[in-house]
Design a protein around this ligand. Structure first.
Ligand SMILES: Nc1ncnc2c1ncn2[C@@H]1O[C@H](COP(=O)(O)OP(=O)(O)OP(=O)(O)O)[C@@H](O)[C@H]1O
Length: 855
């Protein structure tokens, strides 16, 4: 509910709009609240700076008039031309007198319009008086008569030339206190240029026929040119006019701005003719996607012509139709306005939306998450005004999404369960995304989670958005959030079918056969089974493999089984190329036909196992060859999988690669994937796997050796690892090196993670020396796990004592053994105590004693 004081504000605004001088009593009557309550709220609004008062007895109230930025109506000012507009603003306000601006760009890009807005901005900013004029001159109009131009610009004295019968002031004089805008400035001849430069440099000029008395003026300059700045005159100009603003051609502007420009032209015509238009989107997009020599000016004329013709033919009709609306259309009403306030209202709504609805905990609840998005979108939708241009743009986006969805539906056989309002919601989300500029997105973990939960759906949405991006030329920034929102809205519950498909299935062909087979199979199966790549006729194996690599890289799950059907070429070469990309199972079948793809597709759909599909494929036809590999890798391998994350597994892989024979492949796997792989395959699958190293115990085949990395820190675990490695031909030396490196890594790693101040690399050495001394003195050999434990204890103790020196502890009564231990310890710790300025007291020593005595 709206806060009461804002209700008061609304009433005040309404009363003021009726041109009333509003008193407290007026508001009390209008709201039905008591005078006292109204007074209290008004004072709160006054403090908030939302209202102001004037007069005494009675006091009148009025809403504070917000300063309107004149550039706000310049389409692109808060979008692609934001930087340029900021520069214009700086040129106006730069003390003491701003500086001149040179606007470049093709004909009709908005140079004159921008110049006029700069003038308005200067008035708004009070850097010139309200009476400061905006005087313009197109130098091209006088290009053949420089004398005349000079007289028009600088004025003349009586008798300066034949017919000069009185002193006449020039445009420069008229612009005194304001702006002069010189369009097509490159058409000035050299003499006039000189005069202009003197004026720019000294603020003085001589009218024609005046040699003695220079006239001093205080004016600002804006120049414009359609020429490139390489031209000599313009280079001299640039030295004096440091601020150059380039306006891009219409076709270079982003699509949403081209749409705004085009539609606002129609709105203007609707106003002129006082008629509504039913506009076909095909017509709009034809206009939007064209290049015009005269840019926005030409476009304006084109729209005017179109409207005029249709008006002539359909004068009697209340709504005029423009183009055929088979591909959708939008209604332009004469009161359709481009409401800047509304626009501003939505500016950062996309970020708010993502933050409000992409809640990590809810992501796995498809329905709930979608409901949240829909609720937020509905709230935003309610703020839309039917007569606003924004609505038309959203409608256009809706049509574009519809078209792209139709393409994707044909290709992938999905997007079949769209809810009624989904398209409208997606269009609004897209609108908010496009308008949300310079927003900070900080939900990376959310994206990762969505990718993990819905990998195939995310891929499909990615393809849709890639196509949309091409059509709309939208920015990359934040695109992943758009994908997430689209996924919930457009795929929704359909994800269950999409995610069920367990393999990556690819069709590859020279020419367009792959994509047409893809269309048939995916549409018949009503699911995304196959991705297809049509390759040029002369595509090399390298190009093909590059395409496949790119595709695999786009997938969230990298190690998925791949089924690849292709038309011609060497089967074994294709197999080899693709196998390089992934360790996962691979089935390659050649001589692709539609019925073969359909057969494979159906088997995949029925969740047949990889091996069964591969076996069945062998019987396709005499012409077909099949090669497949089911197994974790063809090489002798060790799988490393740490529950605490890929980083740790990668580190262990690095160490193993350093220490072990080169021909042992170390494969890292996500812990969940490992569990799944173990449960969904038989032992044969792991025939080349020597062992699996994990951080958590997993149940598996008895014949498969699974070792806990932490057990390897123990004597018995270390022995087991060594034995296994040596059975497979690893030298004892390599095994010892590996054990030592692992131990060091875990010690360093564990301690490093816990130490806040000390450098673990240095401390660990000192700690190792301490432990070695104990081992020597007591003739001990500590096992890996104990070593880790005690090293950790000592390192953390050193830091703890540094940061929080302990109070002297109560002396305890010591037996002989302890006495000896304390004595030895004092000398062992001596160096460290000195270095870190700490005192290892009896209490600490008693802990150490306990730790070591237990060994
Ligand atoms: N950013 C914009 N937003 C809205 N309308 C614009 C914008 N830029 C230009 N226009 C409109 O486009 C038309 C052409 O603009 P303008 O005349 O300023 O172009 P120009 O670059 O000065 O052209 P020329 O070089 O031919 O003089 C005008 O009707 C103007 O109102």
């Amino acid at each position: 509910m709206k806060r009461s004081r804002y209700v008061i504000y609304d009433h005040l605004e309404e009363l003021s709009n009726q041109h009333k001088r509003v008193t407290t009593m007026d508001i009390a009557e209008s709201t039905g609240l008591s005078r006292n309550v109204v007074t209290t709220y008004l004072s709160q609004l006054l403090t908030e700076g939302l209202v102001e008062k004037y007069g005494t007895r009675p006091v009148y109230w009025q809403p504070v008039q917000e300063q309107i930025d004149p550039f706000a109506i310049f389409i692109g000012a808060d979008g692609s031309l934001k930087e340029e507009i900021d520069e214009c603003k700086a040129a106006v306000t730069y003390p003491p007198k701003g500086f001149p601006v040179l606007i470049t760009g093709e004909s009709g890009v908005g140079k004159s319009y921008l110049a006029a807005l700069i003038h308005q901005y200067a008035i708004e900013q009070e850097v010139i008086a309200k009476t400061g004029r905006f005087v313009t001159l197109n130098c091209a109009d006088y290009a053949n008569n420089p004398e005349l131009l000079s007289s028009v610009l600088f004025g003349y004295r009586k008798g300066a030339f034949t017919g000069a019968d009185q002193d006449t002031e020039g445009l420069i004089q008229q612009a005194d206190g304001g702006f002069i805008f010189l369009d097509e400035v490159h058409r000035l001849n050299s003499e006039n240029q000189e005069k202009l430069f003197t004026l720019l440099d000294l603020g003085k000029y001589y009218p024609l026929g005046e040699k003695e008395q220079a006239i001093e003026v205080d004016l600002r300059f804006i120049f414009a040119t359609t020429e490139s700045l390489d031209e000599t005159l313009l280079r001299t100009f640039q030295r004096r006019v440091p601020m150059v603003i380039h306006l891009p051609a219409f076709h270079e502007r982003p699509i949403h701005e081209r749409l705004k420009i085009t539609l606002s032209n129609f709105v203007q015509e609707s106003k002129n003719l006082n008629k509504e238009f039913d506009l076909s989107l095909a017509e709009v997009f034809q206009l939007v996607n064209q290049q015009y020599r005269g840019n926005l000016g030409d476009l304006k004329n084109r729209v005017r012509l179109l409207c005029a013709r249709a008006f002539m033919d359909q004068k009697e009709q209340s709504v005029i139709e423009l183009g055929t609306k088979t591909e959708g259309g939008i209604r332009i009403a004469h009161d359709t306005a481009f409401d800047l306030e509304i626009n501003r209202l939505f500016e950062d709504r996309f970020t708010q939306l993502t933050q409000a609805v992409l809640v990590f905990e809810k992501l796995s609840e498809m329905n709930e998450c979608r409901f949240l998005i829909q609720t937020e979108i509905k709230k935003i939708h309610r703020q839309f005004n039917r007569s606003d241009l924004t609505t038309l743009i959203v409608d256009s986006y809706l049509e574009i999404i519809k078209q792209q969805l139709a393409i994707q539906r044909r290709r992938y056989g999905v997007f079949n369960q769209l809810e009624k309002d989904s398209l409208q919601q997606a269009a609004l989300i897209l609108y908010l995304f496009v308008e949300a500029k310079d927003q900070q997105y900080q939900l990376d973990d959310v994206i990762e989670r969505v990718k993990e939960l819905y990998p195939r759906s995310y891929y499909l949405i990615g393809e849709l958005i890639d196509d949309l991006r091409k059509t709309l030329q939208i920015e990359e920034k934040g695109i992943d959030y758009l994908k997430c929102l689209f996924l919930f809205i457009l795929i929704g519950e359909e994800h269950q079918e999409i995610e069920k498909v367990p393999f990556l299935c690819l069709l590859l062909s020279h020419g367009s056969m792959a994509s047409s087979i893809q269309t048939v199979v995916n549409s018949l199966c009503q699911n995304y089974l196959f991705e297809a790549f049509d390759m040029p006729i002369d595509a090399s194996m390298k190009q093909i493999s590059l395409e496949v690599t790119k595709f695999i890289q786009k997938q969230t799950k990298q190690n998925q089984e791949v089924i690849l059907l292709f038309d011609m070429g060497s089967l074994s070469q294709m197999y080899k190329e693709i196998k390089k990309q992934s360790d996962a199972d691979l089935l390659v079948i050649n001589n692709l036909t539609t019925s073969m793809a359909l057969d494979v597709g159906l088997k995949v759909q029925q969740q047949m196992s990889f091996k069964e599909i591969a076996k069945k494929a062998e019987s396709y036809s005499e012409l077909t060859n099949v090669q497949y590999f089911e197994g974790i890798s063809q090489n002798r391998n060790i799988i490393v999988s740490c529950m605490s994350g890929a980083g740790l597994s990668e580190e262990i892989k690095r160490i193993m690669n350093q220490c072990l024979r080169e021909d042992t492949e170390i494969i890292t796997m996500d812990y969940k994937d490992l569990k799944q792989t173990l449960s969904s395959h038989d032992l044969d699958y792991f025939s080349n796997t020597q062992m699996i190293l994990t951080t958590t115990d997993i149940d598996s085949f008895e014949a498969l050796s699974i070792l806990n990395i932490y057990d390897v820190m123990e004597q018995s675990g270390a022995e087991q690892l060594k034995q296994l490695l040596m059975q497979n031909g690893e030298s004892e030396e390599n095994c010892e090196a590996l054990l030592e490196q692992l131990l060091q890594f875990f010690t360093l790693e564990g301690i490093g993670a816990r130490l806040q101040f000390l450098n673990p690399k240095i401390v660990i050495q000192e700690v190792q020396e301490i432990i070695e001394k104990y081992e020597q003195y007591y003739e001990l050999k500590l096992s890996g796990r104990d070593l880790l434990n005690i090293s950790m204890h000592i390192a953390l103790m050193i830091e703890r004592l540094m940061v929080n020196p302990e109070e002297e502890s109560e002396p305890e009564i010591l037996d002989d053994e302890k006495k000896e231990f304390y004595g030895v310890s004092k000398s062992i710790f001596y160096a460290v105590e000195k270095k870190y300025n700490i005192a290892v007291d009896d209490y600490e020593l008693s802990l150490m004693y306990e730790l070591l005595r237990m060994r």
